[in-house]
Ligand binder design. Structure first.
Ligand code: ZN
Length: 335
């Protein structure tokens, strides 16, 4: 099988489920260009009024699902600074991974700076561990169930509280190219529950949202110098807990890309990196599995690292990856 890359950003083509292409350009690049013609200012003006008209709870204007990360911080900042929001209910789903100091600080910062109520929903450890083992063994997708919970639990809480508006961050279907329209509402929205992507109201950019969050107290991993991540090219995305990163890394043996490809190609679209610079980062770092993350994941899942490696070998796609001289899975065309 020939491994091809997007002509513009260099992302590996035909392996991400639902990533389309036109003349060798990936749909994430096409969508990025289309963003320039979207009238975000009118969407922002619309939102302020919409929030007012759809306040269904006497206290809370809306509910925001938060990890405490840069995106949660930017969503909250926008709501308070630009949309006349007075009170927000935060819902944070937590698991059994080791949490970083930065992650703890960032969630705390949100609660204190914006004076929010926070519900922490902690999943029971056994069901979570079983779901991770199942996802790993069957599909090499160990966090599938957890990610569904992270999405669903805030919606259930919103319904129970009678809060109609829920905010999420980027619209992943648009940013990753599986949907051509930057839709404001999540498709699961109903008459009683409206799920809004803030990344459809303000143009989403990982770097820009990181900057906006940093201005209101968000801290990255460098602040505490607590974890120099491997297989990553920035220190501000998905930094809340250590083992969680394995959900993304496990895409590499199956699809030939993980976080470095995702971020490097975003940076190309944003004009921060050239395609050649991105390709070098992808070649040198995308395959690397962070040892701390793997250890923390295996502990929480109740498995040995040897079992983890066996499952990676079982699911690796031999059309895309092969083992190098050290027994490490690498993209075939980049060896
Ligand atoms: Zn592309």
């Amino acid at each position: 099988m020939e491994i091809r890359e997007c002509k513009k950003c260099g992302f590996v083509l035909s392996t991400r489920p639902n990533l389309k292409e036109v003349d060798g350009v990936c749909s994430a690049c096409i969508n990025h260009e289309k963003k320039k013609s979207i009238d975000f200012a009118s969407r922002q003006a619309w939102l302020t009024q919409y929030i007012k008209e759809n306040k269904t709870h006497e206290k809370y204007d809306c509910l925001v699902a938060v990890s405490g990360g840069k995106d949660s911080t930017t969503i909250i900042r926008k709501l308070f600074e630009n949309h006349e929001v007075k009170k927000v209910l935060l819902v944070n789903l937590t698991e059994e991974f080791t949490h970083t100091q930065a992650g703890v600080h960032n969630l705390n910062n949100l609660v204190k700076r914006y004076n929010c109520d926070l519900i922490t929903f902690r999943i029971n450890p056994e069901e979570l561990a079983a779901s991770m083992r199942h996802g790993l063994t069957e599909y090499l997708n160990p966090l599938k169930w957890l990610e569904e919970q992270i999405y669903q639990v805030p919606l259930d809480i919103a319904k129970n509280y009678g809060i109609k508006l829920v905010f999420y961050g980027e619209n992943p279907e648009y940013e990753y190219g599986s949907n051509e329209e930057l839709e404001i509402f999540h498709h699961a929205s109903t008459d009683d529950l409206r799920i809004i992507y803030m990344g459809a109201i303000y143009p989403y950019s990982a770097q820009e949202w990181y900057k906006l969050a940093s201005e209101v107290g968000f801290r990255d991993l460098n602040y505490y110098n607590e974890w120099q991540r491997h297989g990553q090219i920035e220190n501000y995305s998905q930094i809340d807990s250590i083992g969680y990163n394995m959900g993304v890394w496990t895409k590499f043996p199956k699809f030939g890309f993980q976080r470095v490809s995702d971020m490097a190609c975003r940076f190309v679209r944003d004009g921060v990196l050239t395609k050649a610079q991105a390709r070098k980062l992808i070649m040198e770092q995308d395959y690397i599995c962070d040892p701390s993350s793997k250890r923390d994941f295996c502990r929480a899942a109740g498995i040995t690292e040897q079992y983890f490696d066996e499952m990676v070998d079982k699911h690796a796609n031999p059309d895309l990856v092969e083992k190098d001289i050290n027994g490490v899975w690498r993209r075939k065309d980049l060896l």
